[in-house]
Design a protein around this ligand. Structure first.
Ligand code: 1AG
Length: 137
């Protein structure tokens, strides 16, 4: 059983968000704002049901899904695309495949050294983010 992803997590590093956003077709103006954001993840789980909230002082994004059950995702406030998503466990990684206009799109979350890790993929670009558990938990 992999370590729980649940909790409130604050971003401590963010590598190649720029490349990922360019692959998604985000405008230079929005990219410049997005690069400055301190992101927070709030992850809740009940059995196979997850709710992952990404928050910032610019925009928020929430996705909820059941592991192993395909769902329609609308990436509202990100690149505003409709994708067909499927989240599964691959070893200790919670992996999402996002099928749509962009090739090789998805993400993976896992716990390593008490930190929450996230890789965001799109068309060969990989953004790597690491979050530490919020001290107030
Ligand atoms: C995600 O995480 C992405 C969450 O699905 C957002 C992370 C980085 C930004 C991604 C794309 C940038 C697109 C547009 C820029 C506009 C706004 C800036 C970001 C606003 C934050 C919400 C995977 C997983 C579950 O944790 O969603």
């Amino acid at each position: 059983m992999p370590a729980s992803l649940c909790g409130t997590w604050d971003m401590i590093s963010n590598v190649n968000l720029e490349g990922y956003m360019i692959a998604l077709g985000i405008s230079p103006f929005i990219r410049k704002i997005a690069l400055r954001l301190k992101l927070r993840k709030v992850i809740e789980q009940q059995g196979d049901q997850y709710i992952i909230k990404t928050t910032s002082n610019f925009r928020n994004y929430t996705v909820s899904f059941r592991v192993g059950q395909e769902f329609q995702e609308f990436t509202q406030g990100l690149d505003n695309k409709h994708v067909k998503s499927l989240v599964t466990w691959e070893g200790n990684k919670l992996v999402c495949e996002q099928i749509g206009e962009k090739k090789n799109r998805g993400w993976a979350h896992w716990i390593e050294d008490d930190k929450l890790h996230l890789e965001l993929y799109c068309e060969g670009e990989v953004c790597k983010q690491v979050f530490k558990k919020n001290a107030n938990e």
